[in-house]
Design a protein around this ligand. Structure first.
Ligand code: MN
Length: 236
């Protein structure tokens, strides 16, 4: 049955931003929520996972690169920058065994039939890889190989933290942006799909969120907080 779907991504353990978006979604009568990955890498991993794993109603999850790296405790010996590896290890240590197992078991993609849109493929980066960046300005010919072999006419993704809705050849690509670590936006970004696609931005108290983040104990907490207060123009 075709449905209306709220899509969130790149929460990055910003719990106040997630709670604000979930309150907005509550008002939309969506039939399901899809989470396109990068859940726990950030200042409040355990509380964020607890919230996400206990959401009522149908919720579908896709694994992001940060979920893979936190779940598998990737370190600098896997080629990651030291500061990312340090946050991976801290986040993994904050999570319960059940929460890490939940991350490790997430699928790389989900397909749902959305009202008015047909089959939509939900991924983190691209259908090819959870680290492929797709941006508004990425040239079509860079994206085409990322789409090889897919049958869906619409893709919803995240990973690059800036929203857009564009065509690449015959394929519609909707990047829902980032709930917790957005670039080029002050609010928490997400999208509502069906019967059309609406890009959404939920405003929340980012000053209070930044204070909460600074108290989290997460390595780099001040950098997370500064990002919330002064979102960069460019995504990661
Ligand atoms: Mn990512």
């Amino acid at each position: 049955m075709a449905m209306r779907v709220a899509v969130i991504s790149d929460i990055h353990a910003n719990l106040p931003a997630l709670d604000a978006v979930l309150a907005d979604i509550d008002q939309c009568n969506a039939d399901a929520i899809v989470v396109c990955g990068d859940l726990a890498w950030g200042p409040e991993p355990a509380a964020t996972m607890d919230r996400l794993m206990n959401l009522p109603g149908p919720v579908y999850f896709v694994k992001g690169n940060a979920d893979r790296e936190v779940g598998e405790r990737h370190g600098a010996d896997q080629g990651l920058p030291e500061w990312i590896a340090e946050i991976n290890e801290w986040c993994a240590a904050q999570l319960s065994a059940a929460q890490r197992e939940f991350l490790n078991r997430l699928p790389r993609s989900v397909t749902l039939t959305v009202e008015g849109m047909g089959d939509v493929l939900f991924v983190h980066g691209s259908p090819r890889s959870d680290t492929d960046p797709i941006r508004r300005e990425t040239p079509d010919e860079i994206i085409w190989p990322m789409l090889a072999g897919i049958s869906q006419k619409t893709i919803a993704c995240g990973h690059t933290h800036i929203q857009f809705d564009r065509m690449v050849g015959e394929t519609r690509i909707i990047n829902v942006g980032s709930v917790g670590l957005p670039s080029a936006a002050r609010g928490a970004c997400w999208a509502l799909l069906g019967p059309d696609a609406a890009l959404k931005e939920t405003s929340y108290d980012y000053h209070a969120a930044a204070d909460q983040i600074r108290r989290s104990g997460c390595p780099g907490a001040n950098d997370f907080a500064d990002h919330i207060l002064h979102p960069p123009d460019e995504g990661p």
